[in-house]
Structures are given as C-alpha cells and as structure tokens.
Design a protein around this ligand. Structure first.
Ligand SMILES: NC(=O)c1ccc[n+]([C@@H]2O[C@H](COP(=O)([O-])OP(=O)(O)OC[C@H]3O[C@@H](n4cnc5c(N)ncnc54)[C@H](O)[C@@H]3O)[C@@H](O)[C@H]2O)c1
Length: 476
C-alpha cells in the first residue's frame, strides 16, 4: 500500500521512517520549507536515537520520499496526519493544521483514501473531519477517517513505534480496520528488520485494540493526563518528604512495589514538560468543560506542575542566600534525556527566573543547545559540563542525561567555585556526591553535606537492592 505521512516532526518523521522500515512505500510531506529542504538533502532536522540511520537506509532502498503536502495527498492510498496540535491561549488544541490538511485532501484527493489521525486531537475531531470532507470535497472522493493515536516517546520513538505495547485504532467501518491491520501487520507479527535490536524474538506480545473513533481519541488524552497526574502526585509527596525529612525515593519505591500502582512515573522532579503532557492536560480539561464534566482533578495536576519550578528555585535560593551575581551551571536543557526537544521544558522557565534574579547562567546540554538558543539567548552555552561549571556557585541538574551520572568529580571540584549540586531530577547517588566533597540538594530527599552525610540516607543507600522491610531500614 502507498502511504503518505503529512508533517515531518517528531511523530511524522518516526512514522514515515518506521513504516518504510517495515516495507511500505512512503511519501512524507512537510510545509516548513527549510525542514523539507534539509530532509530532501539527507540532513536530519531533529535528534532522535536510531532515526537518522533508519531514514538513510529506507531512502537508499527507494522506499521513502519527501515533498509537498499536495504531492503526498495525490500519492498515498493511506494518509497519516501527523501535524502539530499546539495549545491555544484558552487551552484548546489548535486544530488549524489538521483543518489545513483536510482542505488539501478535499481539493486534491480522488477515488478512495484511508485518512488516519495520528496527531493527538480532542474527541470528535474524526467526526468533524468527516463532515469537513463531505462538505468540501468535489471530486467524488470516498474515504474512511480513522483515529490511530500515537504513544511513542521522544528519545525512544523508533523503538516505541516498532515495539509498541498496543496499537489503538478507532474506526467506523470494517474495511478501515482491515486496511490498518494490513499496514501494521509486520509490527503485530514483529516480522521486520529491527534497526534497534539484534534480537527482538522474545519481546512481549502487543495488543491491537479496535474501538470506535471517539474512544480511540479519548484513550490518548486520558493516558497522557493519567501519567501527568502520577507525576504531579509524586511531586506533592516529594514536597511532603521535604517538609518532614523523609526520602521520596524510598516512598516511591515502596509504592511502586504494589502492582496496582507500579514504579513508572513516580520520579519526582521539577515538573513535566515537552510537547505532549502540558498541552494534552490542558486540552483534556477543555474537552471535559465543553462536555459539561467537572474534571477539576486535572486542574490541580496542572497547578502542581506549574508550581514545580518555583519550588525548585526556592531550594536554590535557600542554598545561595543571594542569587544576584551568582554563577550557575545548568546541566541539561531538553525536557527529558535523549532528545533535543525543549518545547515547554522546565529549563526555560527556570533559567529565565534565574536571569531575572540577576544570576549568570552557563549551560550545557548534549543535544538541545541549538534549539534552546532562540528561547534563551542571554546565557553562555558550553561544550561540556565542566566548562559550564567554571567558577560556578552551584551546579543545577535539570535533565537527567546519563553522562551526568558518569561525572569526573575531581575535575568538577577543580572547576567550581563552590561544591554544591542541586539535582532537579534526583539522578545522583547522595552518598557518592558527598563522598566526593559536594553539598547535595535534591527533591524530596534530605540535604546532605560532606561533613555530615545523613546516616539515614547512607544506611538506606547501603541496603539498596536488598529486600528489607521499612521497619528494619529505620531500625538500623
Ligand atoms: N512529540 C511526541 O512525543 C508526540 C507523541 C505522541 C503524539 N504526539 C502528537 O503528534 C502530533 C505531532 O507532534 P510532533 O511532536 O511531531 O509535532 P511537530 O511540531 O514536531 O511536527 C509537526 C510538523 O507538521 C508540519 N506541518 C504542519 N502543517 C503541515 C501541512 N499542512 N503539511 C505538511 N506539514 C505540516 C510542521 O511544520 C511540523 O514540522 C501532535 O498532535 C502531538 O500531540 C506527539
């Protein structure tokens, strides 16, 4: 089947590359001319592990082409819409890019087309799309509109696309379900050459879930809102731990051992960011409001998240006493590791607030600095973590990149003015940091100093991995 993918962003590019990787002929369109020209010239417009190799390979094999949306619409039997749905000022999802694609389909497509919403959209967008197409199409176009929400995560998008837990499709005709099943068959049966693993044989089976369109649309918003809720929940538990001197990592570990809760998304920090959670929570609140449902639970989730940067700043202020004139090293700008994405990243609000308070900021991120430059023009960008830490009064960890775990402490000690690490992601081992002579502040865990490593933190750490009850840990 000939497949078109509209929009070559984080989702569209992964979708196009992976669909070609599993054997389809794919035409991907992009209306940002600079991005399109890069792609046509073999240059990646974004960083995503494995994706560059996938795209190079499938282009060489002649299975992936880039061009205009008009060309893509004429070309494909199935059209995946992967354009952005950013938030409007009132929290609604901006569907103008989706509508723009629908207009081109109505004008240019003929015969039958399978139209697939992969962008995250509010419930009933599929119904609106059908209505729009029936009103505007003049070429006798026949079509099915299908919801196929995408669950990939930036940083692991190739792996997530090729080895998903579930593929959800919302359809209103058996033919549409059959066609989508055909498209995804190599993924359902895991019969393709995997660019990530040398042996995928033992991967767990995925669920191919078929629903009505509205339910599929809701699954995506409900899933992201639920995950955001888990993060805000543990962030509040972290505040409580800060207040009473408990250790949130132990609380989260204990909670996560309950299979009804699970350990995922119980990592406290400076809040969720990225292109999905903040806008999807907002959009879900608006969808509920417009449907007459009071989902104020999600308003709290959002409110808690919005207060995270200020809560974290307070920790920095407490340590530095006066922020004005202080040199602060920021380690990590991306909203999470293994991506260059900085949209709605907490780093932006944090750095802006530090600059407003008169701090000098030197930042390092392995991938996101180019993209951060327009949002944060007034800071110094450095080529490694030690350069960022030159003369610093505090090293502040904002993104949990693996390389920060492998820090050369002696080199860092020589670089900084004051040995202070403020870890917004709880990524470091408190005992190790203090052993290396640094004062260590994290989120929801006791502050530790080299002279006074807190016995509780040290003892609990030494028992990591050993199956002991909380009472025996406390008794030590
Ligand atoms: N980024 C994620 O991790 C992720 C995960 C799951 C779902 N989603 C959803 O997928 C959608 C896309 O997200 P993204 O992160 O890829 O966004 P993005 O902004 O990175 O990419 C969207 C691309 O579409 C292009 N575009 C817009 N209108 C176009 C048109 N008419 N023709 C061709 N190209 C057009 C834009 O120029 C842009 O490059 C959103 O709805 C998002 O919520 C994102």
């Amino acid at each position: 089947m000939k497949i078109s993918v509209i929009g070559a962003g984080y989702v569209g590019l992964a979708t196009a590359g992976c669909l070609a990787q599993i054997g389809h002929d794919v035409f991907c369109s992009e209306n940002d001319v600079e991005k399109l020209s890069k792609l046509q010239n073999g240059v990646m417009p974004l960083f995503e592990p494995y994706l560059e190799g996938v795209i190079k390979g499938v282009r060489k094999a002649g299975r992936l082409h880039f061009g205009s949306t008009e060309e893509a619409i004429v070309w494909g039997d199935a059209i995946f819409i992967c354009v952005g749905t950013p938030p409007l000022a009132n929290g609604d999802a901006d569907l103008s890019a989706i509508e723009g694609v629908a207009r081109v389909i109505a004008k240019r497509a003929t015969g039958y087309r399978l139209i697939i919403e992969k962008s995250t959209v509010p419930v009933q967008t599929g119904a609106q799309l059908r209505k729009h197409l029936s009103v505007h199409s003049t070429n006798g176009l026949r079509y099915d509109v299908v919801s196929n929400p995408e669950f990939l995560r930036e940083g692991t998008s190739v792996e997530d696309f090729l080895h998903p837990d579930r593929i959800v499709i919302g359809v209103d005709s058996p033919r549409a379900a059959e066609l989508l099943r055909e498209i995804y068959e190599p993924i359902v049966t895991q019969t393709f050459t995997c660019p990530v693993h040398s042996n995928c044989a033992k991967r767990k089976e995925l669920v191919f879930l078929v629903t009505d369109t509205g339910s599929a649309e809701l699954i995506k918003h409900a899933s992201n809102s639920f995950l955001a809720m888990k993060i805000s929940f543990i962030n509040m538990v972290a505040n409580l731990c800060d207040a009473v001197g408990a250790d949130v990592s132990k609380v989260a570990q204990g909670m996560g051992l309950d299979p009804r809760i699970g350990p995922a998304f119980l990592n406290p920090g400076i809040g969720f960011g990225g292109f999905c959670f903040p806008k999807d929570v907002q959009a879900f609140i608006r969808i509920a409001e417009k449907s007459g449902c009071d989902f104020s639970l999600l308003k709290e989730v959002e409110k808690i998240n919005q207060s995270r940067v200020e809560h974290f700043l307070e920790k920095i202020r407490k340590e530095l006493w006066v922020v004005r004139g202080k040199k602060i090293a920021i380690w990590g700008l991306a909203f999470k590791p293994n991506t260059d994405a900085i949209r709605f990243a907490p780093s932006i609000a944090l750095v802006k607030a530090l600059l407003d308070e008169g701090a000098q900021v030197r930042a390092y991120d392995p991938e996101a600095m180019e993209k951060a430059k327009s949002a944060l023009p007034n800071i110094t960008y450095c080529s490694n973590p030690y350069e960022a830490a030159e003369g610093a009064d505090a090293v502040v960890i904002v993104t949990e990149w693996a390389e920060f775990r492998r820090v050369d402490w002696d080199r860092l000690r020589l670089a900084v003015e004051r040995p202070l690490v403020v870890d917004g992601r709880n990524m470091l081992d408190a005992a190790e940091v203090t052993r290396r002579g640094f004062h260590y502040v994290s989120v929801g865990r006791p502050v530790v100093t080299p002279s006074q490593p807190p016995s509780a933190a040290k003892d609990v750490h030494s028992l990591d991995g050993v199956q002991v009850g909380a009472a025996s840990v406390l008794a030590k």
